[in-house]
Write a protein that binds this ligand. Structure first.
Ligand code: ZN
Length: 358
């Protein structure tokens, strides 16, 4: 089978690999669609970050580079391993792509398995990836989805779960006003979850195209250009002078952090969703004087069932966020290149590893 493998910086190759063994406790999945994520781009341009190197194996997977990429994927079950009785061949599924130590409690009531030591992701640190035609995944991380959800949209459930967990971290509830800094894929999908919960969403975004996507898809009530609008003043105007209840930082840009601090009401909650590769400047005095709650969020934890429900029930439509569909051979030239050099024209580019559906 064909798979895209990461060898190192700017070195991704389409390789011919043996099909995975569907061992005991695992589910064999024929990948339908796999999204290209910002994390994949960082591995390509600046990595290895999450990926292991050629000589240091990942402590849990035991694997070194090359590593099959792809952690945002949907597919159809083609085989089940010994001991798997609650999932059948033909079932449509998505994967919660974790690599987590066996001794960690990953049960339905765990709230912290995503923070366990050496946690990493399928498609970044081993165990196959969604940018291969087939993959075998431990049953724990396979989530069935209804046939009514198109498989291309289902590939966006993984990044949507990131938004779901971020919203949970914020404590936002219906009737609240949220400000989202940045309308990249994660900013848009976080906004989609907020809207589905009945929260009013104000997005701050410099790109015209992304602002248009935010309003046309219906996930933002207001989309402001921070170069021409005073975002904090506009948010106060919209909230009768009060300020936003919650804010989400989805850019890792300093000025956005400052703007969100200004736009929040006293005792508001600021959730940092983006990955910061550098230290931030922080107005600590403002945080103290407004009693702001500053919270981090990473990935998801037991978030997939509720996220899937939002999509199955039609409360969230993921179709507007799919802006391209390509084959594995176009991964670097069409996929990565577009996202790196023309990133405001694309939201989510999906790859069909087998070429089916193109
Ligand atoms: Zn991702």
């Amino acid at each position: 089978m064909k798979a895209a493998r990461y060898y190192g910086q700017r070195d991704i190759r389409i390789d011919d690999l043996p099909e995975p063994q569907v061992g005991p406790g695992t589910v064999g999945i024929e990948v339908a669609w796999c999204g290209i994520c910002g994390t994949d781009l960082h591995e390509y341009l600046e990595g290895p970050i999450f990926c292991p190197t050629h000589d240091t194996p990942h402590p849990i997977s035991g694997e070194t580079s090359p590593i099959t990429l792809g952690h945002e994927f949907s597919g159809v079950v083609y085989a089940v391993g010994e001991g798997v009785a609650d999932i059948a061949v033909g079932q449509h599924v998505v994967v919660e792509p974790y690599i987590i130590r066996d001794e960690v409690d990953t049960g339905p009531h765990s709230t912290d398995y995503h923070l366990s030591r050496d946690m990493n992701f399928i498609g970044l640190a081993g165990r196959g990836g969604g940018l291969g035609e087939k993959i075998a995944v431990q049953r724990r991380w396979v989530h069935p989805i209804a046939d009514s959800v198109p498989l291309d949209q289902a590939a966006l459930i993984e990044p949507l779960s990131v938004g779901y967990h971020a919203v949970q971290r914020s404590g936002a509830k219906a009737g609240d006003v949220a400000v989202v800094g940045g309308a990249g894929p994660i900013g848009l999908l976080t906004s989609a979850v907020l809207k589905a919960l009945g929260v009013t969403v104000v997005i701050s975004e410099v790109s015209d195209l992304r602002r248009r996507k935010a309003t046309e898809s219906g996930v933002a009530d207001h989309a402001l250009d921070p170069r021409t609008a005073d975002v904090a003043a506009e948010v106060r105007r919209l909230t009768g002078g009060r300020g936003a209840d919650v804010a989400f930082e989805c850019t890792s840009v300093q000025v956005v952090l400052d703007t969100l601090m200004d736009a929040l009401r006293p005792t508001g909650v600021l959730v940092v969703v983006s990955i910061w590769g550098k230290r931030a400047e922080f107005d600590m005095h403002k945080l103290v004087m407004k009693e702001i709650d500053l919270r981090g969020t990473i990935a998801y934890v037991n978030s997939h069932p509720a996220t899937i429900e939002l999509v199955e029930s039609g409360k969230i439509d993921l179709e507007p966020f799919i802006t391209g569909r390509i084959g594995l051979d176009g991964l670097v030239d069409e996929g990565f290149d577009t996202l790196i050099n023309h990133n405001d024209s694309a939201v989510k580019i999906l790859v069909s590893p087998s070429g089916k559906g193109l």
